[in-house]
Design a binder for this molecule. Sequence first.
Ligand SMILES: [Mg+2]
Length: 180
Amino acid sequence: MSMSIPISSFDSVEIRENTLVLCDIDYTLLYPTETESSVNDLHELYTYYIRQYPFDREMVLRLASDAYNARYPMRPTDPEGFDRMLRKIRSTSGCELVFLTARSPNTVDYTASNFIQIGLVPEEHIIHFSDTMPKGKYVSLRIPVTPYANVVFIDDLQSNLDNMARYVDPAKLRSYLFVM
Ligand SMILES: [Mg+2]
């Protein structure tokens, strides 16, 4: 297991000059407001839209997930702390924030709607969708880290932090385990 610092607020993330900040989305930036009944609701919504559009599976999926998302909007884990971290990143020389989610690239629109739900402007952010590729491997192939002196990685899954530690120089990397 790689070394990581458990945090419950983005205020605990240390931002130095020339740092690339990689931040997970689900259960780090935001979390769903699911309840015991929400799975039943989702099922009901699908059933309802399948009756409306029996031959358009894509339409059914989109309408049902939009309706579900409106009923159970995402919530931010730490809105004030995130806002302070974002301002720190923007005011520190050579720093950049990149979101790194294991969501599929098919969820670009859905992810943008989630950002709006928690008060962020999606167009102002860089979001990478690693999908089924381990996050460290994804970074090694798609996100150049050599221009940065430091890499910060914030994620709620230790396995993701472990994978990142295999691909990013340990002298550069600082990992934070986000615990809600
Ligand atoms: Mg996560």
